[in-house]
Each structure stands twice: as structure tokens, then as C-alpha cells.
Design a protein around this ligand. Structure first.
Ligand code: PMP
Length: 362
């Protein structure tokens, strides 16, 4: 029975929505959430613990996270003339951006794409328009995007580069054409930049409506919850009004700053993940029962051809391996699964479990 107070209090779009679901991963080989599988070397961890002593827990953190912002700027080559906005994960930045829009604004993103763009738009009562990617290869359908932009005049477009959950980099020229005609802001979401040899940061001078968003999550710092947005100062000035004071806590500020000054080990881990990605993809491509898609990110999308993805997902879980089942999202993701690249032994366990799931229906 629905609680009448609840149904009376909340907007219909909130009542109709499901909360973002995070699977319980305890005791699984965890390959579901695009995390870096490696821990910190013992000497680095020791130095970090020493460093934490400088964190004044009785004080509010620096509201502008100045020292961390400078470290992010230099490690990501963001020129001084552009503003930075830091968020509690890039999720929070997606929310800040949309909270600042006018109430009847349209938010647009290609689909399949990162689900939070739509979830946040709907939760704020904004219009959301998804534009299908090309069915074959998942590149942008440029004529469809241009037509949708023309008819809906979106205030904000998200383009994930590389895209989640498909793993590919959209054609850069198509993104530039979108930037040239978009009537509002275009956020190029570079969450997976550490694994891709491509970025739009260098395009900031060419497009005043371009904002580049990044996160430290995939680099190996998902626990910190830290993302940032770079772009035109006049735009970021408005967004800062919506940002809550002290949104980056002092443990995150001090730890991220420390990690960025010791980032060689993270970059080395990223190189290993890219190496592992090639090995896993080569193995997947030998399997006739699935189609696997090339990836510029730290995960690979696969489609089951002979068995249902739901069955394969359950079988993998029974074998102790947790990946992401995208099939419930339907459409082109029907029978699709997404596996994050883990350590070599985790990837091998996944590949063996997958072979088993495809061969031996449970
Ligand atoms: N953008 C994309 C494309 C993502 O896939 C994710 C996380 N899965 C995010 C943004 C959010 O990352 P975070 O909030 O951890 O910074």
C-alpha cells in the first residue's frame, strides 16, 4: 500500500524513479564499477598516513580547495585562464550544472550513456532527451544529434569521451560540429581519460560553450569522491553559486593533493590496466558465443549471442565474479554485459568463468 503522505509530498517524477542501485559486492571478484583494482604501495601508504596528521579535523575545510585545485590544474594541463569547479565526485558536478539551469531547460545526451545525466535531469524536473547512438559501433549519429539540437534547443549536452557503457571514443570531428551549433553548454565528460589517448582540454580556447569534466575516481581514487569541471570563468562563476560551501572535505583535499604529488604509481597502475585490457579483449574476441567491443576505457562491453546475458550474469555470480548486467536497460543493451578490467588473476578468473557460463547452462 503506498503511504498517502509520501505520494502527496513528492513530485510524480520522483515517485516514478528508482534509486541508483549499487550491487552488494562482498566476497566477489569485483569487476562491476570501473574501479582501479590495485591498492597503494606500503611506503606510499605510510607517507600518506603521516601526512593526514596535518588535517585539522575541528575546522571546516578550505572552501575553495585552493591547493588541491592548483594540483589538479597542473596535473591535467588546464591553462590558468580557465575556471575550475570541484565536486564531490563528477556526479555532484552533473547535479550542480543542472541545478543552475532554468526550469524549462532541456538536457540532452546520446544513449546508451551514463545514467546519471538522465536521473538528475528527471529528479530536478527538467526535460531530458536521449539521442540514440549508431546501432553498429556506437558512434554518435551526427545527423540525429544535429536534428535533435535544432528541434529541442538543449541548454546542456553531455558527451562522455570515452562513453560509458560502450567504451568507445566518439568521432572528435562530430563533437566539434555539435559544439559549433549547440545553443547552450556542451560538457565533454572525460571520466575515462586516464585510459584514452584523447582529450578536449586543448579545444577549450576554440569553443566558449565547452566545459571539460574529469574525475580522479578511475585513476584509482574512487573512494575520495572528487571530480572537476574546467571552462569559461563567466560560466563557472554562476555554477559556484549553486555549489554548497565546503563540498570537498578536508580528508579528500589533503589525500588527493598527496596522491597527485605521488601520481607516478597511479600512472603505472593505469598502464597495467591498459595492458590487461588488450589481453582481455584479445581473449574475448576468440569466443564465438559473444561479441566484444573495443574500448578506450577501463571496461569492456560484451553482448551474448547464444545465451541470455541474464543467465550468464547469474552464472558468473555463482562462480564468484561480479560484473554489470546492462540487459535490464533494454534497447541496444539487451543481452549486454560490462566488465571492468581488474588485476591479471581477476581477469583470468572472469574469462574462465565466462567460458564456463557460455558452455554449461546452469
Ligand atoms: N561520468 C561517467 C561517464 C561515468 O561513467 C561516471 C562513473 N561511473 C561518472 C561520470 C561519475 O564519476 P564520479 O562521480 O566517481 O566522479
Amino acid at each position: 500500500m503506498p503511504n498517502p503522505t509520501v505520494t502527496a509530498l513528492f513530485r510524480p517524477e520522483i515517485l516514478a524513479m528508482s534509486a541508483y542501485h549499487v550491487a552488494d559486492a562482498e566476497n566477489f571478484i569485483k569487476l562491476d564499477a570501473m574501479e582501479n583494482p590495485y591498492g597503494w604501495p606500503a611506503d606510499i601508504q605510510q607517507a600518506w598516513l603521516e601526512h593526514l596528521k596535518d588535517c585539522p579535523m575541528n575546522r571546516y575545510p578550505d572552501p575553495e580547495a585552493k591547493s588541491l585545485a592548483a594540483a589538479l590544474r597542473s596535473s591535467n594541463n588546464i591553462p590558468e585562464e580557465y575556471g575550475l569547479l570541484l565536486g564531490n565526485g563528477s556526479d555532484e558536478i552533473i547535479q550542480i550544472l543542472q541545478m543552475a539551469l532554468s526550469g524549462d531547460a532541456t538536457v540532452m545526451a546520446p544513449e546508451p550513456g551514463f545514467v546519471m545525466y538522465k536521473q538528475i535531469a528527471l529528479s530536478l524536473g527538467l526535460h531530458y532527451q536521449g539521442v540514440p547512438l549508431q546501432a553498429d559501433g556506437f558512434d554518435l549519429d551526427l545527423p540525429a544529434m544535429l536534428a535533435a539540437i535544432h528541434s529541442s534547443q538543449p541548454s546542456l549536452i553531455f558527451l562522455a569521451y570515452p562513453n560509458n557503457p560502450t567504451g568507445n571514443l566518439f568521432d572528435a570531428q562530430a563533437i566539434k560540429e555539435i559544439l559549433a551549433v549547440a545553443p547552450g553548454l556542451v560538457v565533454v565528460d572525460e571520466a575515462y581519460a586516464p585510459f584514452a589517448d584523447a582529450s578536449f582540454i586543448g579545444e577549450l580556447p576554440n569553443y566558449p560553450n565547452l566545459l571539460v569534466m574529469r574525475t580522479v575516481s578511475k585513476l584509482g581514487l574512487a573512494g575520495l569522491r572528487l571530480g572537476f569541471l574546467a571552462g569559461d570563468n563567466a560560466i563557472l562563476e554562476q555554477l559556484h553559486k549553486v555549489r554548497l560551501p565546503y563540498n570537498i572535505n578536508c580528508l579528500t583535499q589533503i589525500t588527493a593533493n598527496f596522491a597527485l604529488t605521488h601520481q607516478d604509481f597511479l600512472l603505472e597502475q593505469t598502464r597495467s590496466i591498459c595492458q590487461q585490457r588488450s589481453e582481455v579483449l584479445a581473449e574475448l574476441q576468440t569466443m564465438a558465443d559473444i561479441k566484444s567491443y573495443p574500448s578506450a576505457a577501463n571496461f569492456i562491453l560484451i553482448k551474448t549471442l547464444t545465451r541470455s546475458a541474464d543467465e550468464v550474469f547469474v552464472s558468473l555470480k555463482k562462480q564468484g565474479v561480479l560484473i554489470k548486467n546492462l540487459s535490464p536497460q533494454g534497447g541496444v543493451l539487451h543481452n549486454c554485459l560490462r566488465v571492468t578490467i581488474g588485476k591479471q588473476e581477476e581477469n583470468r578468473a572472469f574469462l574462465a568463468a565466462l567460458q564456463n557460463a557460455l558452455r554449461n547452462p546452469q
